[in-house]
Design a protein around this ligand. Structure first.
Ligand code: 5GP
Ligand code: ZN
Length: 114
């Protein structure tokens, strides 16, 4: 989708250092980190939110899980623990309407969120 910031990042139109990329997803650091480690795992395909994952996307969630586990280990947050967040819609605080998985770690994360 031409005017979608994460489509532009995933498509290489906005120069971004990827922590990981394959045919299905990219991962990169959040521009406004909320924890010492804060990265995003983003499908290359434009999918608006978790509600829009379809039958054609059977490989997506297993791939996301694998990438989260690999990067969490690589970035040293598996021992301390971390949080995976998928903000969805207005009440969920989603600001970029392209599905993305936040991974936050490196500090204690309060619960419940604000
Ligand atoms: P949401 O609020 O939709 O759950 O999360 C969107 C996230 O994308 C925010 O944490 C925001 O900081 C991040 N973000 C927005 N624009 C950019 C960008 O151009 N580059 C990067 N790396 N992160 C972005
Ligand atoms: Zn998009």
């Amino acid at each position: 989708m031409a005017d979608c910031i994460f489509c532009q990042i995933a498509g290489g139109k906005i120069p971004t250092e990827f922590l990981y990329q394959d045919d299905t997803v990219v991962a990169f650091k959040d521009i406004n980190p909320q924890a010492p480690v804060h990265f995003l795992v983003v499908p290359k395909k434009h999918i608006g939110s978790i509600l829009d994952v379809g039958g054609d996307d059977a490989d997506l969630l297993p791939t996301v899980q694998k990438v989260i586990a690999q990067l969490a280990s690589k970035l040293g947050i598996t021992d301390g623990g971390f949080r995976v967040v998928v903000n969805t819609g207005k009440d969920g605080g989603q600001t970029v309407p392209h599905l993305h998985f936040h991974v936050l770690g490196g500090r204690f994360l309060d619960w419940p969120p604000g």
